[in-house]
Design a protein around this ligand. Structure first.
Ligand SMILES: Cc1cc2nc3c(=O)[nH]c(=O)nc-3n(C[C@H](O)[C@H](O)[C@H](O)COP(=O)(O)O)c2cc1C
Length: 360
């Protein structure tokens, strides 16, 4: 299946999901990192990062352009006049770019949310540029408060630089939650979960993320020295997060590998409901996030515990809604329904050609 066909498919599926769900769809845009993934798409090796994001940038232009081929009131559905669609309000896209040539139009009205919510998780320099330009929900590995504040500020200012309202870009670090009715119960859970890991070689796990064979590195070597400004072709965001943990907690390679094995690179909030809510509130008030992607520490059970023990505490503090604030996912995220073509005015990413105007 050609890359064009995939762009059309994604657009179709995203739109269908948004129509079927009454506006609850989101799309996690991933550029993928592994050769094994690229080999599913007719490639031998994964593209290098810059190319991945250049392709993704044009891919998004095609997908947004196709979602915009119908004006919001193109669907008439008038039983008296038997007019279903106003053809003057459905337009071809005629996109011709470096990677894609797509005529359009779509065979579906514009999605209820205008566009499904766009999520993304790349945190490298190019990943941040791409996020600032296209994304409304950024899932990011930020294990340390100071690093999370810096990432938050950076993303918001990049969004402003491309002409967006920074409130329209929600930064949501992943957070691993271990909560118990009391601190003691939470600690017991923590110890039990750790005891269940039993990784033969935590270093092996770390090696794959760092794209470096750590078997030759003494396990008591200081991790921050081993990771200093490590550039990888894979997930730079995770590697930067590991360097932050290594620096903040002064860990050896063995200790960092063990930390990675039970919490990956995410923030970790453990304790009683009040203690977990305190940590969440502290990050929120410190402008380190707009919210969190809650990672289950075990399944089933940990998500229910979060909802039953921590959410009521956050509601008491006015930090979480008591009632639904609307019908669509955008309503819940505090995002407005974007105008048709509102993305076109955004300043181009450093390496990409200017956006094409939406045909009237
Ligand atoms: C927290 C997080 C979650 C991710 N989730 C997915 C995923 O669900 N599917 C996927 O293909 N890639 C996923 N990725 C990979 C990213 O989408 C991205 O391709 C990769 O991290 C490269 O980004 P970089 O620009 O930071 O190097 C994830 C990455 C991170 C950091």
């Amino acid at each position: 299946m050609s890359v064009e066909a995939r762009a059309v498919d994604v657009r179709f599926e995203g739109s269908v999901l948004d129509h079927l769900s009454g506006g609850r769809a989101a799309w996690n845009v991933v550029t993928s990192t592994e050769d094994s993934e690229a080999q599913n798409f007719g490639l031998e090796k994964q593209r290098e990062r810059g190319n991945r994001y250049a392709l993704a940038d044009e891919f998004l232009k095609v997908v947004f352009g196709l979602w915009d081929t119908w004006e919001d009131d193109a669907l008439v559905l008038n039983r008296e006049t038997n007019v279903v669609i106003d053809p003057s309000k459905v337009h071809p896209l005629n996109h011709e770019g470096e990677h894609f040539r797509v005529r359009g139009p779509l065979n579906l009205p514009r999605p209820p949310q205008g566009y499904p919510v766009i999520a993304q998780a790349g945190s490298s320099d190019q990943g941040r540029d791409f996020a600032a330009r296209w994304t409304e929900l950024i899932f990011t590995p930020q294990p340390v408060l100071k690093g999370a504040q810096a990432f938050y500020q950076d993303i918001k200012s990049r969004a402003e630089r491309v002409g967006r309202n920074p409130d329209e870009v929600k930064v949501m670090p992943g957070a691993l939650i271990i909560v118990g009715e009391s601190e003691g119960i939470a600690r017991e859970k923590e110890d039990l979960l750790r005891s269940l890991i039993g990784l033969k070689s935590p270093q092996a796990l770390l090696s794959s993320m760092l794209e470096r064979d750590l078997s030759q590195v003494p396990s008591n070597a200081l991790a921050k020295e081993v990771l200093a400004s490590r550039e990888v072709q894979g997930m730079q965001g995770h590697v930067d997060a590991l360097a932050q943990i290594a620096e903040a907690e002064n860990l050896t390679i063995a200790q960092l590998a063990e930390r990675f094995s039970h919490s990956l690179t995410f923030a970790r909030f453990a304790g009683s409901p009040k203690q977990v809510a305190d940590q969440i509130e502290a990050w929120f008030r410190a402008e380190a996030c707009d919210g969190f992607i809650i990672r289950p520490s075990y399944l089933p059970g940990s998500m229910e515990e979060f909802v039953c023990l921590v959410v009521p505490e956050l509601q008491k503090r006015g930090l979480f809604r008591e009632e639904y604030e609307g019908r669509t996912l955008r309503d819940h995220l505090g995002l407005k329904r974007p105008e048709r073509g509102s993305w076109v005015e955004r300043a181009p990413m450093a390496h990409s050609e200017p956006l094409r105007k939406v045909s009237a």
